[in-house]
Design a protein around this ligand. Structure first.
Ligand code: 4AD
Ligand code: MG
Length: 445
């Protein structure tokens, strides 16, 4: 009996008989030849049935195979430079072709479909090669981030999803009825990370986070995954060093493992190859000046309108796009106005109108992929800030404790996984970066 193999290992079996189990990705043919493109989740393999070499039924089954039928195919592996597939360069000469379930009327064909249709059929769309490529890259990004943290002295400490308090703006809270009391879905694991950091030094959490954001942009999800490291005794500069190392490690790893996927996505890899340290670091003040200059330089009236900004305002996506256009790698923007940032951010000494915050903006218009800061560690100031949130101070009693029992300067950041995946894969919209997107108008499937 031929051994069952994964398509990804095809190169190890040239000249041997093997069995591959999977689904028909596509079928073409001509006369005595039938070509079945078979996918098994690990790759795509072109399988060739040649009528004179086969029992009639075997040939017919291959020749009549419909898209997304589940099949078990046995044959001989042949090397052929021209063969398309992932990995390319191998074909299978079919000997037997068994159909487990013959699919009829598979809704997603080779023709163009609208995005809403594809999103409605997301449970099936996941099988297509672009989605396959994106989600494999996503998995590598997650693994690389976690490996980097695990091997650099960080401890994974999980944080709760149901919380009694808000970590970010109260306007984007999802409220739950927690046995008669209000509770919320976590917008961030940060506040708990701060407690965990005091117990373990350097920690991180990684999980789904929720924002009831009425934004319908290509960067916003209602449910997204965030990786959040939090470190005792870290400064803003330490934070930027760390982010830079993590991001370059991720980009390198994706380039190392996923050339075929990036090619499939038509990603311009030269843009990824230039992602090396150091990343530029500019202050918010400097960013505002640069935006003013860009605005003066443009002749496009629409652009002039879009780039309008006054000191004190937060950047919109046109501003981020214009700023990142100045660099070939991600850029750190630090010391934002305190008024546009979260309650817990440490004010800059002698200049409390700005805070020790830093956002990392990805190139090519991808915008903010991480947000972080030094945290207020003074008991009185944090108490004052907590009372402005608009949620009972009781819910934060534990958080205030952290500033009473061995408070230390500390810092942390959150990396938005989906925005990072969108940037690395070169996608227009975050909806394809997560298996099942939750958006303003979508919770199905
Ligand atoms: O800037 P944010 O809101 O920061 C925090 O939540 C901090 N508590 C993190 C921390 O310091 N531990 O979110 C961090 C990142 C953003 O830079 C962005 O990449 C992503 O999370 N993000 C979103 N991604 C998709 N959809 C949304 N609605 C997002 N909101 C934030
Ligand atoms: Mg932010």
């Amino acid at each position: 009996m031929a051994p069952v193999i994964a398509i990804r290992d095809i190169a190890d079996h040239v000249g041997e008989d093997v069995t591959v189990r999977g689904w028909v990705y596509n079928k073409t043919g001509k006369g005595k030849l039938a070509f079945v493109l078979l996918r098994d989740g690990t790759g795509i393999l072109n399988c060739v049935a040649f009528k004179p070499n086969l029992d009639e039924h075997e040939f017919d089954r291959a020749d009549k195979a419909t898209q997304e039928s589940s099949v078990i195919v046995t044959g001989t592996v042949r090397k052929d430079e021209r063969a398309k597939g992932i990995p390319g360069g191998y074909e299978l000469d079919i000997k037997t072709f068994e159909v487990l379930q013959a699919t009829q009327d598979y809704p997603i064909g080779p023709k163009e479909h609208g995005t809403e249709f594809l999103m409605d059929n997301r449970h099936l769309w996941l099988r297509s090669s672009r989605q396959w490529a994106i989600l494999r890259i996503r998995a590598t990004i997650v693994a690389t981030l976690r490996n980097w943290l695990d091997s650099n002295g960080y401890l994974l400490v999980d944080t709760p999803i149901i919380t009694p308090a808000a970590g970010e703006e109260t306007t984007t809270l999802f409220e739950l009825d927690y046995f008669g009391e209000p509770a919320y879905l976590a917008q961030t694991g940060q506040l708990y990370n701060e407690a965990n950091m005091m117990a373990f030094g350097k920690v991180y959490c990684f999980g789904p986070t929720f924002r009831a954001e009425k934004s319908k942009t290509r960067r916003h999800l209602i449910e997204f995954w965030m990786l959040e490291p939090e470190m005792a005794f870290f400064s803003l500069e330490d934070l930027m060093d760390t982010e830079e190392q993590m991001i370059t490690a991720v980009v390198q790893r994706v380039l190392e493992l996923h050339r075929p996927e990036l090619e499939l996505l038509e990603r311009d890899v030269t843009k990824m190859e230039s992602i090396v340290s150091p990343f530029p670091r500019i202050s918010y003040d400097d960013a505002i000046e640069r935006l003013k200059t860009l605005r003066e330089q443009t002749d496009d009236p629409e652009q002039k309108e879009l780039l309008k900004i006054e000191w004190g305002e937060d950047f919109g996506s046109p501003h981020e796009t214009a700023l990142t256009g100045l660099f070939d790698r991600p850029v750190f923007v630090y010391h934002y106005p305190s008024a546009v940032k979260a309650f817990y951010m440490q004010p800059v000494e002698g200049r409390p109108e700005v805070c020790r915050s830093v956002d990392l903006l990805a190139p090519e218009g991808y915008g903010e992929i991480t947000g972080g800061s030094e945290r207020i560690w003074d008991a009185e100031l944090i108490d004052q800030r907590v009372s402005t949130i608009g949620i009972s101070r009781d819910a934060y009693a534990w958080y205030l404790d952290l500033r009473r029992f061995g408070s230390v300067p500390h810092a942390g950041f959150g990396l938005g996984l989906e925005r990072t995946v969108a940037w690395i894969c070169g996608l227009q919209h975050v909806r394809e970066t997560i298996p099942y997107a939750r958006m303003l108008n979508r919770k199905y499937p």
